[in-house]
Write a protein that binds this ligand. Structure first.
Ligand code: DC
Length: 215
């Protein structure tokens, strides 16, 4: 597809894939794209317009007007934006609107880097099926809920951990059961369970997988 080296990092909500993908991009000197932030920005824009993320027309208008350079990192990280993202992401028209941007990023990383790390749900299966290395990051729902709770708590949102666990389960169900590009490991993806791994240990394990696959 392109001359760039693409590393695909997929996995469920709060599996640690974002932190991992960012560190990997730094390590290899590649560009990094958090594709979840695109869906979050669309979901957040629908909410900000006072509309319902289930509304097809409202979601599509938000996707078509998405300005990547003006994504507000703080507002897209809220629990509500994550939920809205998961709802709009189930719509084929929204996925189609965002697909080209992602593929173009992978093929022509901004800054001229020779590679790109993309993280999401369908990078290895749909967005970049020819990625050089694919890793599917998992962790138990309880551990993911605890991590998400810590993250939200640290950013000042007072949320209940049991509620976050329910959200995680609901997000998993919605992301995995949707018809359009469901979340699932590519047949040739390496599975990395981070339940019992620190960020550093998960990073070391991923580097070992990637170095071996690229050697
Ligand atoms: O990774 P995240 O939690 O920031 O993603 C938010 C939502 O966006 C997630 O619930 C599903 C959706 N998403 C997707 O469908 N495909 C992607 N490649 C990335 C995210």
């Amino acid at each position: 597809m392109s001359g760039t080296t693409v590393i695909a990092i997929d996995g469920p909500a709060a599996s640690g894939k974002g932190t991992l993908a960012r560190k990997l991009a730094q390590h290899y000197g590649y560009a990094y794209l958090d594709t979840g932030s695109l869906y979050r920005a669309v979901g957040q824009a629908v909410l900000a317009a006072g509309q319902d993320p289930n509304d097809d027309a409202a979601a599509l208008a938000a996707a078509e007007n998405l300005d990547i350079s003006h994504i507000d990192e703080k507002t897209i990280r809220t629990r509500e934006a994550g939920e809205a993202a998961s709802v709009v992401a189930a719509k084929p028209a929204i996925r189609a609107a965002i697909l080209d941007f992602q593929r173009n990023f992978a093929a022509n990383p901004p800054g001229g880097e020779e590679g790109a790390v993309l993280d999401g749900r369908d990078i290895g299966t749909v967005v970049c099926p020819d990625a050089r290395v694919k890793i599917f990051v998992t962790a138990s729902p309880e551990i993911r809920a605890h991590r998400r709770w810590l993250e939200l708590n640290n950013s000042g949102s007072k949320v209940n951990e049991a509620q976050i666990l329910e959200d995680v389960r609901e997000r998993d169900r919605r992301d995995a059961e949707r018809v359009a590009s469901p979340m699932k490991p590519a047949a040739d993806a390496y599975l990395l369970d981070t339940s019992d791994l620190s960020i550093e240990a998960a990073f070391d394990a991923a580097v070992a997988i990637i170095d071996k696959a690229m050697s």
